[in-house]
Design a protein around this ligand. Structure first.
Ligand code: GLN
Length: 303
């Protein structure tokens, strides 16, 4: 496995230069683009990695999966009254569907959907970001994880789009808490810093029927894990979910920090990271690395 990971790194590193680091959050624009890491964690607890797999980066939208599973545990099926389960076919930060779909976002992985899920968590916890941070620390087995205040403050300053969708949903009655409070918590969650190794471990419950072996916790039920994987496969990469299914064939979730997590059900959780993004906001070298891995190991869930 080490040799394979090394050869994949050699193969995809030359792609660095063809994409663009996220700069709509000014504090992310300064990240060195020339970085790449990958980590694979097996259901039996083996860890394989190469490159900068223990360098922390901004997890951004990958946090939406943690928010969803935390909310699911409490709200169960009721949560689907407020957020849909269909791919949007639109960019992650699009507002267009909200207006004619009565403020119900298409799915929990576009920004509008994640904001509604954050609103649900806001109703439950006195300190929603701290509840989330504890949850992520437990799932990753890393008690030292923190959120980068410079990044979350920068995103709050340039929050116009996210604020617009949250206020529009509030106008439709699909937002129950103070918008600005929810935005702060949402940005703090997105600004969590984790490495590929932390993320591969933190996502292992989705590869393992909802069970996190290193914390000994049944995070969600096996049925819910299957459901989350289905949503990740259809919406985890926004308007590129089809392309990702075609090239990689695994449930996955990306973030504009350049991380992508993928699940090989019943076997592995994987995280790749390289900061340069394609036009859909997904890591260019990251997708290529997952495609190469999926091709060489025969991982696709589609056969
Ligand atoms: N925090 C980012 C935002 O709300 C997350 C987007 C992403 O990673 N796709 O715009």
């Amino acid at each position: 496995m080490d040799e394979l990971l090394h050869s994949i790194e050699q193969k995809v590193r030359p792609l660095i230069g063809a994409g663009k680091v996220a700069d709509y959050i000014p504090a992310l624009a300064n990240v060195d683009p020339n970085q790449f890491g990958i980590a694979i964690y097996s259901n039996s607890g083996e860890l394989f990695h190469t490159g900068q797999a223990d360098t922390e980066f901004s997890i951004q939208s990958i946090s939406k999966v943690f928010s969803l599973t935390l909310a699911m545990k409490h709200y169960g099926e009721d949560m689907w009254q407020r957020v849909g389960r269909e791919p949007s076919g639109n960019p992650f930060n699009s507002l267009v569907q909200l207006e004619y779909e009565a403020g119900i976002p298409r799915n929990p992985f576009i920004n509008a959907g994640a904001l509604v899920v954050s609103d649900m968590n806001q109703s439950r916890f006195a300190s929603p970001h701290y509840a989330m941070r504890e949850y992520i620390r437990r799932l990753s087995g890393n008690q030292g994880l923190t959120s980068d205040k410079t990044v979350s403050n920068s995103e709050y300053e340039f929050r116009a789009r996210n604020a617009s969708m949250a206020y529009l949903m509030k106008a439709f009655g699909n937002f129950h808490n103070d918008v600005e409070d929810v935005l702060h918590n949402y940005f703090d969650n997105c600004a969590m810093r984790m490495s590929c190794i932390d993320l591969a471990k933190a996502f292992s419950f989705l590869a393992n029927k909802g069970y996190c072996q290193h914390s000994g916790e049944q995070v969600i039920s096996a049925r819910e894990a299957k459901q989350v994987n289905g949503l990740l496969a259809t919406s985890g990469l926004y308007d590129e979910a089809g392309n990702f299914a075609y090239r990689v064939g695994l449930p996955g979730k990306s973030g504009v920090g350049g991380g992508i997590v993928a699940i090989v059900p019943n076997r592995f959780s994987v995280c790749v990271w390289s900061p340069e993004l394609n036009t859909s906001g997904n890591s260019l070298a990251g997708i290529a690395a997952l495609e190469a891995l999926s091709d060489s190991i025969g991982w696709s869930v589609f056969g």
